[in-house]
Structure formats: structure tokens, C-alpha cells
Design a protein around this ligand. Structure first.
Ligand SMILES: Cc1ncc(C[n+]2csc(CCOP(=O)(O)OP(=O)(O)O)c2C)c(N)n1
Length: 361
């Protein structure tokens, strides 16, 4: 066995061992585009509302210094997580950057485990050791939560390589921002992923700013999806304020990728309503610009469709609002009552491979 093969097998054993237990409700393994039904709208509404209310609460708690460290809110971008999760199979791997609370919740990590993670408590989804930027759940095939800008582009391709190597039939999706799209790692990864026909969907969540730097200031190439065309990768822009369009685009890309034809690139155009992180005065954009996106709010769009098409009543909407409020309140109580990790746990769950093949002293 050569070193590369050895590395891949060990990586797989540790990180992405084929799921055997509980998956989030809904999807079974399928290869076609999942049909959007009345239930899909109802699930989208609940998922997006939970993400929104959870993060509004997290923002408040950060202001009260109950949550420390970094905290990047996803508010405004929820149609991407909701539409992607509904379009994929539970066994597919999803990896993203540090703006990860929405994806964690959408994939089914409980609000309790998410809030406890923000509090750094031992009951958190990474035992309180990862915090806001490093949500992770092997059980939910949510593979982080990564703080190094753009690092998840090659790592996502690595996940896809493992799936292909192990012939699982699963695909990997890796998401990154418009700022990360300017990293050299993107080009190397696109090139290798195309050469090896890896089952990966690359997704640029273009929220128009990398911290305070607009897309226009980072490159003359403003249509980020065109970067994929240089590698003959099927590449498309998608309206990320519309969950239905996200679902359909991801479903189409997943079907293509799963069939063995190789990678796909989606540039999903979206907007974050809040600052980059908690200490951003947002001087680089106007209130009118923010308002123009809020006018197309994805949650309001879905709420209107549900009522207009009579998929559910106003009373149902109110019951979900109450349920979400209760879940978020319960998560805060849970997090506050949970224990901090013990000092003795510091060296637990640290990646160590004693026979690591590259380092020998
Ligand atoms: C390699 C690296 N360089 C710089 C940073 C600091 N940094 C954190 S977030 C960020 C902006 C990234 O913006 P984008 O990729 O558009 O994602 P968004 O925050 O908009 O979701 C930068 C430069 C980092 N974390 N990692």
C-alpha cells in the first residue's frame, strides 16, 4: 500500500466512517432531484426560523458577554442551508467555514448542543472545545465549522476523494465565502478535483463582502462562478435569497456529481444582514443596501407562499413560532446549567497518530 492510499484509509476511518445510526428525519439515499412538496415548505419555514431566532439570541448573549470569542452570524443566508439540506441525502458530507451555526442547526444538531457549544460547555456539539467557529457532528455528517479562510476548499475535495475511494455513493459539499474564493487553494483544488472527477459540489456563498471588502475590490472577475469555467467545471450562479432556487440548483448539481461526472460549482448570491462578526461597525455599506435584501427575506417569502397556497394556517405558523421560541429559550437554560470542560479534558479528542507516516524522528 502506498503512503497516499494509507493516508486516505486512515483519514476515512477516523473522520468519515460510513454512518450507521440515526439520521435526521426525511431523506433516504436517492439520486434524483428531490421533489418540492407542501411538507418541504413547512420544513424550510421551521428550519430557517430556528436558525434566525437562535442567532438573534446568540447575538444578544454575546452582547452580555455570556458568549465569548468569535461569533459570525448567518442571519440573511438561511435559505442556503435550508435549501441545501433538503436537496441532499443525509449521508452526504457538508463542510463550511466559521459562519456555521445555521448549517449545524439545519443538519439537525440540537439547539441545546449548539448553544452549549457557544457557551464553551462540555455538552456542546464539540464538547465546548470548538466554540462558534467549529461546530461539528459526525452523526449528522456535518464536517465543520473551519476558521482558516479557504482551508475547507481542499479539505472538501479530500472528503469527496474518501467517498469515491470507498465507493459509498455519497457526495461532499464544501462552502466558502467570496473572500475565500480568491485563495490560490481554490485553483489547485478545482484542477485536481476535475482531473480526478471527484464527487464534490463547491459552493461559494457570495454575501458580497469579505469582512469590509466588497467583491468589486477583490478582483476584476465579479461573477465568481466563472472561475470554474476555466477548468471546464459546470458552474452556475444561484439566487440565494430564494430557498426553492437553492434546492433545485443543489439538487441538479448533486444528481450530476453523484452520477460520477465530476465536480460542480455554484455561486450562491446572498447577503448577511449583520456585520462580519460581532465588532463590525459596517461603514462599508449603506442602510438602503441592507434594506433592499431584507425586502426579499427568505423566511418571509416562504411564510407568504405557505399562507397563499394554503399549505398551513396562520395558527400553524404561530405554533411554529412558539415552538422555536421555546427551543431557543430551553437551549440557553441548558447551556447555562451545563458544566465547563475539566482541565483534565484538555488533551482528549486531540488528533494524534503515532505511526503518522510523514514525520519520523
Ligand atoms: C487564511 C486566513 N486569512 C485571514 C483570515 C481572517 N479572516 C477571517 S474571515 C475573513 C473574511 C472572509 O470573507 P468571506 O470568505 O467572504 O466569508 P464571509 O465572512 O463573508 O462569510 C478573513 C480575511 C483567516 N481567518 N484565515
Amino acid at each position: 500500500m502506498d503512503i497516499f492510499q494509507y493516508f486516505c484509509e486512515n483519514f476515512y476511518k477516523r473522520m468519515v466512517k460510513k454512518k450507521t445510526s440515526k439520521t435526521k428525519k426525511g431523506s433516504s439515499k436517492s439520486s434524483g432531484i428531490k421533489k418540492i412538496t407542501k411538507e418541504t415548505y413547512l420544513e424550510w419555514f421551521e428550519s430557517m426560523l430556528l436558525q434566525r431566532k437562535f442567532e438573534e439570541k446568540a447575538g444578544m448573549l454575546y452582547g452580555q458577554q455570556k458568549i465569548r470569542g468569535f461569533c459570525h452570524l448567518y442571519i440573511g443566508q438561511e435559505a442556503i442551508s435550508a435549501g441545501m439540506v433538503s436537496a441532499l441525502n443525509d449521508e452526504d458530507k457538508i463542510m463550511t467555514a466559521y459562519r456555521d451555526h445555521g448549517f449545524g442547526l439545519a443538519r439537525g444538531i440540537t439547539p441545546n448542543a449548539c448553544m452549549a457549544e457557544l457557551y464553551g460547555k462540555t455538552t456542546g456539539c464539540t464538547k465546548g472545545k470548538g466554540g462558534s467557529m467549529h461546530f461539528f457532528s459526525k452523526e449528522h455528517n456535518f464536517v465543520g465549522g473551519h476558521g482558516i479562510v479557504g482551508a475547507q476548499i481542499p479539505m472538501g475535495a479530500g472528503l469527496a476523494f474518501a467517498e469515491k475511494y470507498n465507493k459509498t455513493g455519497n457526495i461532499a459539499v464544501t462552502l466558502f465565502g467570496d473572500g475565500a474564493a480568491r485563495q490560490g487553494a481554490l485553483h489547485e483544488t478545482f484542477n485536481m478535483a476535475m482531473t480526478w472527477k471527484l464527487p464534490v459540489i463547491f459552493v461559494c456563498e457570495n454575501n458580497h463582502y469579505a469582512m469590509g471588502t466588497s467583491v468589486e475590490r477583490t478582483s476584476n472577475v465579479k461573477d465568481i462562478f466563472t472561475l470554474g469555467e476555466a477548468y471546464d467545471m459546470p458552474s452556475e450562479p444561484v439566487d440565494g435569497m430564494d430557498v426553492q432556487q437553492v434546492h433545485n440548483a443543489v439538487g441538479k448539481a448533486a444528481e450530476y456529481v453523484r452520477s460520477g461526472k465530476g465536480p460542480y460549482f455554484l455561486e450562491i448570491k446572498t447577503y448577511r444582514y449583520k456585520g462580519h462578526s460581532m465588532s463590525d461597525p459596517q461603514k462599508y455599506r449603506t442602510k438602503d443596501e441592507v434594506a433592499s435584501y431584507k425586502d426579499r427575506d427568505p423566511i418571509e417569502q416562504v411564510r407568504n407562499i405557505i399562507l397563499k397556497k394554503k399549505y398551513a394556517t396562520k395558527a400553524w405558523i404561530e405554533s411554529i413560532e412558539a415552538k422555536v421560541k421555546a427551543l431557543v429559550e430551553e437551549s440557553v437554560k441548558f447551556a447555562e446549567e451545563s458544566e465547563l470542560p475539566k482541565a483534565s479534558e484538555l488533551f482528549e479528542d486531540v488528533y494524534v497518530q503515532h505511526d503518522y507516516p510523514y514525520i519520523k524522528d
